[in-house]
Write a protein that binds this ligand. Structure first.
Ligand code: 13P
Length: 244
């Protein structure tokens, strides 16, 4: 398993093309001076091709592109959808099962599972999000249960090719009263996931910024972070990468 922290920027439905290009270039240039890290930028689908062109010129090995979602169908009459095959050779990573897809568009663990399978078939690393809505004594059980539903058909080598992201909904900054998990708590959940899925890389997501990133990356069980709002400012994102 790659030991460098993997820091994923989920830009969600933000940025014009001009901002996306400018910010991507700034992150790319800043990364030249930051070693031992891998940064993945997940812009809107429509900015992937132009950013992939920029990534190719004087490419920086610490930088990769990711998609924010993919269809659970292989191809055909699915208006508005983008297939894993279309993303092949454009992205290295793809987020699936994000809680916003679950909450607003009803994505089920079965659909996430289908997406994971299609991504692996197209040599794209899935970043499968798992998290509970409300923190309780049952949280760890709930999170492991979702992960089991997503990964259930996969053989051990395929499981190792998937990244799991523990992203509790109560910690996502856009939710009312959001609070980041403590490093200790996120580490505990990640350890439980690691025990169930050995050698699968585990990330943490939810209100991560340059001030708290280290709390998470010092945990042995956590291999990096999925960052939403703090990734929108390229200076802050570079600071997260430096501090990780
Ligand atoms: P925030 O970092 O804004 O809490 O968002 C987390 C997230 O949803 C990343 O996928």
């Amino acid at each position: 398993m790659d030991q460098h922290p993997l820091i994923v920027a989920n830009w969600k439905m933000n940025k014009t093309i001009a901002d996306a290009v400018l910010d991507f270039e700034m992150i790319k240039n800043g990364l030249e001076n930051i070693d031992d890290i891998k940064a993945v930028i997940c812009p809107s689908y429509v900015w992937l091709a132009p950013l992939a062109e920029i990534a190719k010129t004087h490419s920086v090995r610490q930088l990769a592109l990711g998609a924010q979602n993919v269809s659970n169908e292989e191809k055909g009459a699915f208006t508005g959808e983008v297939s894993a095959q279309m993303l092949k050779n454009l992205v290295e990573y793809c987020i699936v099962g994000h809680s916003e897809q679950v909450a607003h568009f009803g994505e089920s663990p079965e659909q996430t599972r289908a997406k994971v399978n299609l991504l692996l078939k197209n040599q794209i690393t899935p970043i499968a999000c798992v998290g509970e809505n409300v923190k309780s004594d049952n949280s760890i059980f709930e999170v492991i249960n979702i992960a089991k539903q997503i990964l259930k058909d996969l053989a051990a080598p395929q499981r190792r090719a998937v990244i799991l992201c523990y992203e509790p909904v109560w910690a996502i900054s856009s939710n009312p009263n959001a609070q980041p998990a403590t490093g200790g708590y996120a580490g505990k959940v990640a350890r439980a996931l690691s025990k169930e899925f050995p050698a699968t890389k585990i990330l943490y997501g939810g209100s991560v910024d340059s001030k708290n990133i280290r709390e998470f990356t010092v945990q042995d069980s956590i291999g990096g972070a999925l960052v939403g709002s703090a990734s929108l400012d390229p200076k802050e994102f570079l600071e997260i990468l430096r501090n990780a």
